[in-house]
Write a protein of this length. Structure first.
Length: 292
């Protein structure tokens, strides 16, 4: 298999920091993600290489092995240990007056085969794959099922309601294949949640500003405001002050993996002064000022 320069795949220098590697990975993963490039086989291949490169370079231990052993980074340490073990055994065999034939027979009886066979039977866990899934805030208000394409494989995924931005979930066994019968790696999916609503989210709580004209704030009346999943009617009390906040219990966002539980919605009133006054309005305000 041809050597893949993971630094070149991510477009970073060999002395790049972990932050630089993370930024480069996120940019390229988003650009080549199969969901954004349907039926584009080349994009799938590039996405796979970007994931492989990130898996190696974003982990200190993996990166150290890669820098030391190159394309054999996964097995280089095991090879080195086997070589050192062989040298130690060879020194022992020489001190015990074994000839080459005796040593080979002895090694096979102890380890069940020749040296290369012994090393070949070592089981290695497959690589973990990293992927990023971009969703709108409305997409995670309810539990959804998605089919993702990762390295050419379709994976059915249930996304629980209430997933937060930056959250990572692990799917066991959906990463790289193990070597010599070793277990598969895992698939780690990071959620990129885009909020294109009028609501601000903080965990399971939502926050929204509602503008009021001066007359409604002074006199009070019933008003209708938007929640995340519909409208509610609120009774606005007379003389409502600017910045007044009311809590609508249970009208927030679903709590992650807590079926039927929701946070709260906090409404903040912004009292708007009129930008222009008619002559009559100005006259009335002057009369009010005299009464004060």
């Amino acid at each position: 298999m041809a050597f893949i320069d993971y630094y070149k795949v991510l477009g970073v220098d060999k002395n790049a920091s972990k932050s630089d590697i993370k930024k480069a990975y996120r940019k390229l993963a988003r650009k080549h993600h199969p969901d954004l490039n349907p039926n584009d086989k080349e994009a799938e291949l590039r996405f796979k290489k970007v994931n492989e490169a990130n898996e190696v370079l974003s982990h200190d231990e993996n990166r150290k092995k890669y820098d030391q052993y190159g394309e054999n980074w996964q097995h280089g340490e095991a090879e080195e240990q086997a070589r050192q073990s062989h040298q130690r055994n060879q020194r022992r065999s020489n001190s015990s007056n074994f000839d080459d034939g005796e040593y080979s027979d002895f090694f096979e009886s102890m380890f069940g085969g020749g040296r290369s066979q012994s090393r070949g039977n070592v089981k290695f866990r497959g690589q973990d794959f990293n992927a990023q899934l971009q969703l709108n805030l409305k997409d995670v208000y309810t539990t959804e099922k998605r089919v993702l394409t990762v390295n050419g494989k379709s994976i059915r995924l249930t996304i629980p309601a209430g997933v937060i931005h930056g959250q990572i979930i692990r799917i066991k066994g959906k990463g790289g294949e193990g070597v010599n019968g070793g277990p598969n790696g895992d698939l780690l999916i990071e959620f990129n949640i885009i909020n294109n609503t009028d609501f601000k989210r903080d965990g399971a709580n939502l926050y929204k500003n509602v503008d009021l004209n001066l007359y409604k704030a002074v006199l009070g009346e019933d008003i209708t405001v938007d929640t995340f999943d519909g409208k509610v009617k609120l009774n606005l009390k007379p003389l409502t002050q600017n910045g007044t906040q009311v809590k609508l219990k249970g009208k927030g966002f679903p709590k992650y993996k807590k079926d039927g539980e929701f946070g709260d919605l906090y409404i903040t009133y912004n009292v708007q002064l009129p930008k222009k006054l008619s002559d009559k309005e100005k006259e009335l305000f002057e009369e009010l000022a005299k009464l004060q």
